[in-house]
Design a protein around this ligand. Structure first.
Ligand code: GTP
Ligand code: MG
Length: 484
């Protein structure tokens, strides 16, 4: 019975919210007509495939004149979503430029939501230049800005903002784990979650609004705020769970940073080169060879790892070397893991004690190939992990790499995180904060509670781009390439 009354109150609360003329935080951006406001959108085109020359070049068009342009160049439109072999001609001179596959995707069920056409040409520079020049001469057509196809998809409600970010990450993904996380995001996992959270918040808000609006009516139960806050409590727990994985998700985008540090001449650069399988850093018998920090990006069992080679840490009068040592310390202190490399022939003394505080540090005793047999006893040394390796001979390298890989697995976790950017974390933290505030108000202060819930819903709306996000759009789309 109470549930029924609540439902009725919820319905009328929602109705009232919808009837209001004041702009509500729930104004959504779905179905925006075009970037150009009331004017018909221009038709854009771009080379969407990689750098020529290549086997194939894909030129895409999107906008109201995409079909006309296709007809102008190839004579007629292919059947929707079916490839058709076509002769591509310059409409001005009539000269054949190439033979290509043409595709036609009428809107609104296309990627951008607009009419789209695609030409798969041979990937030569002259062909691409000739086709682009021909397209540029057609009225209403212009070259696309970076990310403009995706921006149109967003503005036409085909993708939410988190999916757009997922797509950018998917294109940029270099390792399996990154690809997996980005793909889930592009498929709308975070966006759908945020939308469902927002929907439930609006329900809670409607209950509170109903309480405010009908406080003097007899059939509205006293306590609508209680059930509303109960909804908020459940939501808060779910958002907290998502936030718990945030650090993992953000780290996966950037990769695990492993710094190789230690005294001069210990074989740090040799170790970097061995792991990277190329001569990335200069190796020499002269101590103090490496001055700058050298970065190598690796794929370690599907996880992204940035390996840093640094200058040998020692006191020096040379200002350049001093700067190198300063950078070495700084970058090592900020790393996720430090491999402190020393010469295994040196006794375990002050040089084997890493002066780096902060990240976990493993002691790597290098050049074991130069040790007389069975001297390799390091039991007395108190560090969590000690490795005996030869960066030149390869001894101990498998053990070291497998431990680093285990460390990466533990850091990133097997389950991809829902959150992958600080933008997501900030939005969810802000929503969470507003929800907390709502729950802390006295239940009689319905207006204050409603205000916090409105704020929380608005923050979640910004996460998916459903409410007023102009300010962040440029930042997000800037990362895209032209043609996407
Ligand atoms: N025998 C042997 N020699 C090694 C090994 N690792 C490095 N070396 C040699 O040690 C010397 C110094 O190596 P680097 O890799 O330049 O040492 P580093 O720690 O980068 O030195 P700085 O950049 O000067 O701090 C070179 O002559 C290397 O060939 C090893 O495992 N065994
Ligand atoms: Mg070096």
């Amino acid at each position: 019975m109470l549930a029924n009354v609540q439902d009725n109150a919820l319905q009328s609360g929602l109705r009232k919210l919808l009837q209001r003329r004041v702009p509500s935080p729930f104004t959504c951006r779905d179905g925006l007509a075009s970037t150009d406001g009331m004017l018909p959108a221009s038709t854009i085109f771009a080379l969407s495939s990689g750098r020529p020359p290549a086997a194939i070049a894909v030129i895409r068009l999107s906008g109201p004149r995409a079909g006309d342009a296709m007809v102008a160049l190839t004579g007629r439109l292919p059947e929707p979503r079916k490839a058709r072999l076509a002769r591509v001609r310059d409409p001005q001179s009539g000269e054949t430029i190439d033979e290509a596959l043409g595709l036609w995707f009428p809107g609104p069920n296309s990627e951008t939501g607009e009419d789209m056409a695609e030409l798969q040409l041979h990937g030569g520079r002259a062909i691409i230049a000739a086709v682009q020049a021909a397209l540029g001469r057609i009225e209403g057509l212009r070259p696309a800005e970076p990310g403009e196809f995706t921006r149109r998809a967003f503005e036409n409600g085909r993708m939410d903002l988190t999916a757009v970010e997922g797509l950018a990450d998917l294109i940029g993904a270099e390792t399996e784990a990154q690809r997996r996380q980005a793909f889930r995001q592009m498929k709308g996992l975070l966006g759908d979650k945020a939308e469902s959270w927002r929907g439930r918040l609006i329900q809670a808000l409607a209950l509170v609004e109903a309480r405010i609006d009908f406080s003097d009516e007899a059939d509205v139960p006293e306590d609508l705020v209680g059930p509303a806050l109960e909804i908020v409590r459940g939501l808060a727990a779910e958002i907290d769970e998502a936030l718990a994985g945030a650090a993992r998700g953000e780290r996966l985008r950037d990769g695990l940073v492993v710094a190789i540090a230690g005294p001069p001449n210990a074989g740090k650069s040799t170790l970097l080169n061995r792991i990277a399988r190329r001569e990335a850093a200069i190796v020499s018998p002269v101590p103090g060879t490496t001055r700058d920090v050298i970065e190598v990006h690796l794929d370690l069992d599907g996880y992204p790892v940035t390996l840093l080679d640094t200058a040998g840490v020692r006191d020096s009068d040379d200002p350049v070397e001093q700067e190198g040592v300063r950078r070495a310390r700084e970058r090592a202190a900020e790393a996720d893991l430090v491999l402190w490399v020393t010469d295994a022939r040196e006794p375990v003394d002050s040089t084997s004690t890493p002066p780096i505080s902060g990240p976990p540090t493993w002691l790597v005793r290098n050049k074991v190939d130069l040790l007389p047999a069975n001297v390799a006893n390091e039991n007395e040394y108190e560090l969590s992990l000690i490795f005996l390796i030869s960066a030149v001979g390869g001894q101990g390298m498998n053990e070291l790499l497998s431990e680093v890989s285990k460390y990466a697995t533990a850091t990133f976790g097997r389950e991809p995180s829902l959150i992958s950017r600080s933008r997501h974390r900030h939005a969810l933290t802000a929503a969470r904060q507003a929800m907390n505030n709502a729950r802390q108000h006295d239940a009689r202060h319905e207006e204050l509670i409603a205000q916090e819930l409105r704020l929380a819903a608005q923050t979640l709306g910004r996460l998916t781009g459903r409410v007023d996000v102009e300010d962040i759009l440029d930042v997000i789309f800037r990362d895209f390439c032209i043609g996407k």
